[in-house]
Write a protein that binds this ligand. Structure first.
Ligand code: IMP
Length: 183
């Protein structure tokens, strides 16, 4: 057991976070819970509130992660609404929205929020450029089957070693650099 918790209801996310952080020398324990997700057009604000809510529940140092897929030709949509859009129109709906649109540029953003006290939150943000595929690949989870990271020919679902280049790995690296110095 470690004294750092990761609060989430998403088992896929936890699996990736745990693997990435353990390679960086940081151990985490899952606190499985559904966190308060405020409506906001700012991922940072959502992540900050989630971290405070998580701390209230765990009462130990805790990290949460908030992500967003931002599509250029849709003016950044679904961005902070990525979770809701995934649960409603899903990958099929995104592909349909981009039918006949030439520019498929997008970015995946991850914010790691750390809270070790009632209102003390540290944020670590990273963004990975890429594009939306023309069809849905098999495998992966969430938006994995439609997001092709820049420089790759396959989506997150099929790139060799997603951790090598993911938005999650990049923001966790920033977090661990700070966290290791702090301890
Ligand atoms: P949330 O911050 O977990 O609410 O993430 C927003 C949406 O992006 C959810 O639908 C997640 O499933 C999805 N998502 C976040 N990270 C990834 C990823 O690495 N691959 C695929 N989908 C992701």
């Amino acid at each position: 057991m470690s004294d750092l918790y990761f609060a989430s209801s998403n088992a896929h996310k936890f699996e990736e976070v745990q693997r990435i952080l353990s390679n960086l020398g940081v151990n985490i324990t899952l606190f499985k819970t559904t966190l308060e997700e405020i409506q906001s057009d700012s991922l940072s604000k959502i992540a900050e509130r989630k971290a405070i809510d998580a701390y209230t529940k765990v009462q130990k140092p805790v990290i949460v992660e908030d992500d967003g897929l931002f599509i250029d030709s849709l003016d950044g949509f679904p961005g902070p609404y990525s979770s809701y859009i995934y649960d409603t129109i899903g990958n099929k709906g995104i592909i349909r929205l981009l039918e006949n649109i030439e520019s498929r540029d997008a970015k995946f953003v991850a914010i790691i929020a750390y809270c070790s006290g009632d209102n003390d939150v540290q944020l670590f943000e990273s963004s990975i450029p890429g594009k939306i595929s023309s069809s849905i690949e098999k495998g992966g989870w969430g938006y994995d089957p439609i997001f092709i990271p820049a420089g790759e020919s396959k989506t997150y679902a099929n790139v060799p070693n997603k951790d090598r280049l993911s938005h999650r790995a990049s923001s966790l690296k920033k977090f661990s650099d700070w966290f290791m110095h702090k301890h």
